[in-house]
Write a new protein. Structure first.
Length: 46
C-alpha cells in the first residue's frame, strides 16, 4: 500500500582491494504504520 510510504534514502561505499572488494550500504525508510527502519549491508567479493 503506497498510502503509508514516507521518505526513503540510502547510500553506500565500495572499496576495491586488488582482486577483492568490500562494500558497505545503508538505507533509511519511514512510513505511517511502523517505526522508521534502518537497513545495513556488508558485502565482500573475492
Amino acid at each position: 500500500n503506497h498510502d503509508t510510504k514516507g521518505m526513503t534514502a540510502g547510500g553506500g561505499v565500495r572499496v576495491n582491494m586488488g582482486g577483492s572488494a568490500l562494500s558497505v550500504d545503508y538505507a533509511f525508510g519511514s512510513n505511517s504504520v511502523i517505526e522508521p527502519t534502518h537497513q545495513f549491508g556488508l558485502n565482500f567479493e573475492f
